[in-house]
Design a protein around this ligand. Structure first.
Ligand code: IVH
Length: 680
């Protein structure tokens, strides 16, 4: 190996993490997604070629690792406490009085923060490297979710101690894992599209995503981390106020809440509560109150603890947000994949800071379960603050003429018949892209920020383009001209030109974005990235049959079938050809294309007896992954798999210094397509 390789790997890791921080923590990207993706892929390729250089703090870990059978238990070095709650002003005043009296001071300085509605975790860093992360559990013992936490893009895998006087040898960082509102909405749309279970709110979605035995799923879920303090610290003295400690965490690249403040006395607390209450609905994440903490750490120690909660802190909770209204009507919306979603039209009602006029009823089963009828009085909740939802029906107020709603048997938009798979909750329109509703959604999907990113192509515009028959397929977007656009409603020459520029700009993309933009059923953003990484070229991807598709990590029979159904439709091929002809393109990855299969050209020798499979099976599984299996060990051998009672071949391997995999490592390799980290 050239000595330049470790250098290049270190450089890529540094750059990738720097840009991750710019993008996910500072919200200020310095490079394009395509440039980022290119660096990421280069790192992955190098780490695959040189498995001995892989490390747990590499950003490549952010895509997840081998699934676990269960989570290990972790005993917290210092317990993870809970907070006492206050629900009104009196309780806050009582807290402040108690605190002043206990400290013998006239006024207390408080450090104040939002109370994040996610789930608590503790992160352990040794010598600046993230080595372990755990859930709160019962406060004493939690679950080891290290690999899942590594996938969280704004969670530092390595602390940046450059701005400290000296590095911190050991620190536990405490905080909350959250799902941002936008990511929650996107996830539920995807879940609904797949006919999968919906999450009730971002907190449940975050918890469900973090507690996955398969960290690749966690990686696809867009979680975020925010720190609210430090646990145990060794070999370093943190500043002596809570506010400065958060400042210090921020310095070493740990994300901390921007809405934190230092306030004086109880009036400061109550003013902060009102300020955040007003800001609440504008925050990107959910909060359920604010937290007050005595700022001075020695004062904190003096106050101590009552049972499981510190006396120096208090959570001031916001009231629950629900309101009553009536269901005026129930209508059906048609989504991108033809899914029919019942939607309640409501008498306008003010809840959670906004006026709500619609609530999703999700699907027919949900509608029946809650027994919602037209004319009913219902309690509306902003589920997780974002999507208004009908919490329950007030049966005692049901009018005699309340009407039951039945899902239509034809599409309300195009009239095509609707059908439902026996194991699904969702009815779908069979009209495909002939259905204007599906066509509009397909165009919006194609243009979305995570797909081809055509700025300015919003729903009003798409409505007009489809209704005036200017655009039938995404490829038609590239045929639009200034004259056609400028005559549309609310479209001046200037905005028409801006749109044309955005369309032109979208032609330079990445393969992953392109695959995602096609809108293949069950192929979300994460799957698209995985496919692009695996196949490297569109031709390879399109040529893959269902068996080959299933060799891609996380692609099972359902997704594989969706993909092959998509490409079996001549119309879709036609659109792809036209997009190509219009100039849509991405950087090809020539060198990756040849090493499509994960073990391409690697030479294996099997020796000894494996407990879990016959030698023939082991051979054929290796070959499916692209490896060559030979009978004798030589300089050309890359790996020897040694089962029980391995004989001379093992000795020969050791002599020639060839990597040896034991059975467990071999199984790990087959299951993950990745080299186990410690290969002997
Ligand atoms: S401090 C020593 N600060 O609330 C006190 N907790 O009810 C430790 N939480 O388990 C917690 N936002 O998960 C603290 N800004 C914040 C918080 C916060 C949310 C959660 C945390 C904790 C629970 C206690």
């Amino acid at each position: 190996m050239s000595e330049l390789v470790p250098q290049r790997i270190a450089h890529l890791r540094g750059e990738i993490e720097r840009h991750n921080y710019q993008y996910h923590t500072l919200d200020a990207p310095l490079i394009t997604d395509a440039e980022f993706d290119a660096m990421f892929r280069e790192l992955q390729t190098l780490e695959t070629q040189y498995p001995s250089l892989a490390t747990p703090d590499s950003p490549s870990q952010r895509i997840g690792a081998a699934p676990l059978l269960s989570f290990a238990k972790v005993v917290h070095r210092s317990p993870m406490l809970s907070l006492s709650n206050a629900f009104n002003e009196e309780e806050v005043r009582a807290f402040d009085t108690r605190t002043r009296e206990a400290l013998g001071v006239a006024e207390v300085d408080y450090s104040v923060e939002p109370k994040f509605d996610g789930l608590a975790v503790t992160l352990t860093y040794r010598d600046g490297i993230f080595v372990q992360g755990a859930t709160r559990g019962d406060g004493e013992v939690g679950e080891d979710v290290t690999q899942n936490l590594r996938t969280i893009r704004n969670l530092p895998l390595r602390l940046d101690s450059g701005r400290l006087a000296k590095p911190i040898p050991f620190i536990e960082i405490r905080g909350e894992v959250l799902m941002f509102k936008v990511d929650f909405i996107a996830l539920n749309l995807e879940q609904a599209d797949k006919g999968d279970k919906l999450f009730a709110n971002p907190r449940n979605a975050a918890a469900g995503s973090l507690r996955q035995l398969n960290s690749r799923i966690t990686s696809s879920r867009h979680l975020s981390f925010l720190a609210y303090g430090a646990g145990a610290v060794e070999g370093f003295i943190l500043p002596d106020t809570h506010a400065e400690q958060l400042e210090c965490l921020q310095k070493i690249s740990v994300p901390v809440p921007q809405e934190r403040r230092v306030v004086h006395g109880v009036d400061g607390l109550l003013a902060y509560y009102r300020e955040i209450g007003e800001l609440r609905h504008k925050l990107p994440y959910e909060i359920d109150g604010v937290v007050y903490k005595v700022n001075n750490i020695s004062q904190q120690s003096k106050l101590g603890y009552v049972s499981r909660a510190p006396r120096f802190a208090l959570a001031h909770k916001f009231p629950a947000e629900e309101a009553l209204t009536t269901v005026l009507d129930i209508e059906v919306q048609v989504g991108r994949t033809g899914a029919l979603t019942p939607v309640a039209r409501l008498a306008p009602v003010f809840v959670g800071g906004v006026t709500v006029t619609n609530a999703t009823l999700h699907n027919e089963e949900e509608l029946r379960r809650k027994d919602i009828r037209i004319g009913d009085t219902v309690s509306v909740r902003r589920a997780g603050d974002v999507i208004p939802e009908v919490a329950r029906v007030l049966l005692e107020r049901r009018p005699v003429d309340a009407r039951e709603f039945n899902m239509p048997r034809t599409c309300p938009v195009c009239g095509a018949h609707v059908s439902k798979q026996p194991d699904e909750a969702i009815w779908r329109c069979s009209g495909g892209l002939f259905c204007p509703a599906q066509r509009k959604q397909a165009l919006l999907h194609f243009a979305n920020r995570r797909a081809l990113d055509i700025e300015g192509l919003g729903d009003k515009l798409v409505d007009q383009l489809v209704e005036q028959q200017l655009v039938h397929t995404p490829a038609d977007l590239y045929k639009l001209n200034l004259r056609a656009l400028a005559q549309l409603e609310r479209m001046g020459e200037k905005s028409a030109q801006n749109l044309l520029d955005a369309i032109e700009h979208s032609k330079q993309t990445t393969l992953a974005r392109f695959i995602y933009a096609l809108g293949i059923r069950n192929v979300g953003e994460a799957t698209a990235k995985e496919l692009a990484r695996h196949f490297a070229t569109l031709d390879n991807f399109m040529a893959a049959d269902e068996t080959r598709l299933q060799l891609v990590p996380d692609i099972g029979p359902i997704v594989a079938q969706s993909i092959s159904t998509f490409f079996a439709e001549p119309h879709n091929i036609e659109v792809i050809t036209q997009l190509h002809a219009a100039g849509v393109q991405w950087p090809e990855q020539a060198e990756k294309a040849v090493q499509l299969l994960p073990l391409n050209a690697k030479v294996f020798v099997l020796t000894g007896t494996l407990a879990s499979m016959s030698r023939d099976e082991a051979k054929s599984r290796l070959e499916t992954l692209g490896a060559r299996v030979t009978g004798s060990v030589s300089q050309k051998t890359d790996y020897v798999v040694a089962g029980a009672e391995a004989g001379t071949k093992l000795g020969k391997a050791q002599q020639l210094n060839i990597a040896v995999l034991d059975e467990q490592q071999f199984l790990q390799l087959l299951n993950t397509n990745e080299m186990p980290s410690a290969v002997g």
